[in-house]
Design a protein around this ligand. Structure first.
Ligand code: NAD
Length: 295
């Protein structure tokens, strides 16, 4: 049993921390939201009053926060993890953040002599609950080896993507692909509708043909075709449009930094930015509404 500190007990962090508790670890948690704290407490997480207190007691610290700024504040800030962590503490950031922030965290934590990995996830809340997330991990072999036993509790696939920031780079590429295919799937249904096709027939054809995709099966934007889809539930979010928009922005900004032009993903980014500005709380598959409204 290890004392694991978990900072950011939201939609993803809450169930991830709960799985660490279920695996027998002593989990200390911290979050600014009282709702998140109350849910985590029910799952057996011991809530601490500050990052300082948590960092002083934990041997592994995991962060699951909204953005790079939050992670830098919590890990590198005045009352942050780094100042108060005991020697040997393993630092794992599982948030989806920009590569520069991830590298800044790696540099400072490594300088302090602690092992660190960026380990963003794919799989959403359902896989966070089931403990079957995919972790894309950046860092040294040694740091990845130290983090792996804890990632194994929360995930089904743990893939070492490369050096510092490589986990975030892989996550950005993956979600950029998801954003682009999600947009294209919605476009296919809107075009099919205008051409007089029956949506069920279109789904049956595409799902067994060269247009098939993960987005079609898991985020089908047309209601009544995939059981349990957000489209059947008023587009209540499984993966919110705001998160998709954030991930596309991160990808486009990373592409800018390395001088790559991405025409398809740039278009998807614009569509999702518009959707996020009006209906960001809805599921990413609600992008079909945005496509319909563009004529
Ligand atoms: P969330 O908003 O539900 O949770 C984030 C939590 O961080 C909140 O409870 C918030 O109160 C807390 N927080 C913010 N600032 C804090 C601080 N300074 N100290 C302590 N707690 C703080 O978000 P989420 O859906 O759990 O996502 C977390 C991360 O995981 C994001 O980076 C997101 O992009 C990524 N992600 C989300 C999903 C998903 O399906 N939700 C999937 C993959 C990756």
């Amino acid at each position: 049993m290890t004392t694991v500190g978990f900072i950011g007990l939201g939609n993803m962090g809450g169930p991830m921390a709960a799985n660490l508790v279920a695996a027998g670890h002593d989990v200390l948690g911290f979050d600014l939201s009282q709702t998140a704290v109350a849910t985590a407490r029910e799952a057996g997480v011991r809530i601490t009053g500050s990052v300082t207190e948590l960092a002083g007691a934990a041997r592994v610290v995991i962060t699951m926060l909204p953005t790079g700024r939050h992670v830098q504040d919590v890990v590198l800030g005045d009352d942050g993890v780094l100042k108060h962590a005991v020697d040997g503490t393993v630092v794992i950031d599982s948030s989806t953040i920009d590569i520069q922030s991830a590298r800044a965290v790696h540099a400072a934590v490594t300088e302090r002599g602690l092992p660190v990995v960026d380990a963003p996830v794919s799989g959403g809340v359902a896989k966070a609950r089931a403990g079957t997330l995919t972790f894309m991990v950046g860092g040294t072999q040694e740091a990845v080896g130290l983090a792996r036993p804890y990632l194994n509790v929360m995930g089904g696939n743990i893939i070492h993507a490369g050096a510092a920031g490589a986990g975030q780079a892989a996550k950005i590429c993956n979600n950029m692909l998801f954003g682009a295919t999600m947009t294209a799937v919605a476009e296919a249904f809107v075009l099919g509708e205008r051409l007089g096709l029956d949506a069920r027939s279109l789904f049956d054809i595409v799902s067994t043909s060269s247009g098939d995709s993960w987005a079609l099966h898991n985020f089908c934007p047309w209601p009544g075709l995939v059981e349990g889809s957000a489209a059947d539930n008023g587009y209540q979010a499984n993966f919110a449009a705001t998160l998709m928009s954030k991930d596309l922005r991160l990808a486009l900004s990373a592409a800018d930094e390395v001088g790559v032009t991405l025409p398809v993903s740039s278009s998807a980014n614009k569509v999702f930015a518009q959707l996020a500005s009006v209906d960001g709380h809805l599921d990413a598959s609600a992008v079909i509404r945005q496509i319909r409204g563009r004529d």
